[in-house]
Design a protein around this ligand. Structure first.
Ligand SMILES: C[S@@+](CC[C@H](N)C(=O)[O-])C[C@H]1O[C@@H](n2cnc3c(N)ncnc32)[C@H](O)[C@@H]1O
Length: 284
């Protein structure tokens, strides 16, 4: 609020902002979410001393520093809700069927490479969970000549920094089964939980905008991709683009997990749908 006057987002600014966000990220704000975008951005406008949303739109369009501002904008407009061991049924299918099958096939081929990608990973709970499940299922895998990569990526640098710290609250760890809590976390002096270094060391974190075709091309030969709870923020065209990018990143026979409430109906016909204990998983 400047000089006591409330800054309001005009429809014109709303459409300009939502188009810019959409063109760069695929995140789509429908008309009924105007208030949400306005609330999320108001603080930024005030903190940075913009007189109004129009000035902010001008800055994002023309300023040489606009790429940096877009990075901050993505921190603000993304919804980053996540937790360890989220949707346990999917994780059980991953641990008990998908992972052993991929490992067995790779061993048979004498090609001991495993590539897992949590895209998007938010504050890190998902890729760290996958690393713990892998260690739990195959405790010796790292000493058996395997080349293992677990990637976690997100568009928001802020959540990635939090993932790099690897420190979590009681709330984040609420679904962690007790044996995993004992084995893979250390309670620190602040009453928070640190993921143990051996787990953190397995996960490579990087900033990847999944809407950026060139950037996603850097990820190839993935055996398993988790792309959960992001597509809900995209419209159909953006979903198609991101899923096509992820399809290309998968190795033949590779698996894709999407959120349990999400579907690729009308989005892609390229995958085979596999049912494992009533959990639907997409296979290339
Ligand atoms: C709700 S979180 C989901 C995290 C985790 N996969 C889970 O299911 O718990 C959604 C994440 O998608 C990220 N995101 C949104 N648009 C993105 C894009 N275009 N590229 C990469 N990440 C994106 C957000 O920053 C946010 O952290």
């Amino acid at each position: 609020m400047l000089s006591g006057k409330k800054i309001e987002m005009s429809h014109h600014s709303f459409y300009a902002l939502r188009d810019m966000i959409y063109e760069r990220s695929g995140i789509f704000f429908p008309d009924q979410k105007k208030y949400l975008l306005e609330n999320r951005l108001l603080r930024r406008i005030e903190d940075e001393g913009f007189d109004d949303f129009e000035k902010y739109v001008d800055f994002l369009r023309h300023d040489p520093l606009r790429d940096k501002e877009f990075s901050t904008l993505f921190d603000i407009v993304t919804t980053n809700e996540t937790s360890f061991f989220r949707d346990i049924n999917q994780l059980q299918a991953f641990e008990s069927v998908v992972l052993p099958q991929i490992v067995k096939e790779a061993e048979e081929k004498g090609y001991k490479k495993l590539r897992i990608w949590s895209a998007p990973c938010s504050t890190g709970e998902e890729p760290y969970t996958l690393a713990m499940l892998l260690l739990n299922k195959f405790p010796k895998i790292q000493d058996s000549g395997w080349d293992i990569e677990i990637h976690g990526s997100d568009i928001s640098e802020c959540v990635l920094n939090s993932a790099r710290r690897g420190e979590y609250t009681d709330y984040s760890i609420r679904n962690v089964p007790p044996p995993y809590l004992d084995r893979y976390y250390i309670k620190n002096g602040n009453g928070k939980y640190n993921v143990r270094p051996e787990v953190r060391g397995m996960v490579r974190l990087s900033n990847v905008n999944l809407f950026d075709n060139m950037r996603v091309k850097m990820f190839r030969g993935m055996n398993i991709v988790f792309c959960r709870n992001m597509l809900i923020y995209f419209d159909e065209a953006a979903k198609k683009r991101v899923i096509a990018n992820i399809y290309d990143s998968l190795a033949p026979g590779g698996y894709l997990f999407i959120g349990h409430a999400e579907s690729l109906f009308n989005i892609s016909r390229a995958f085979k749908l596999v049912n494992i204990n009533n959990i639907l998983i997409y296979q290339k």
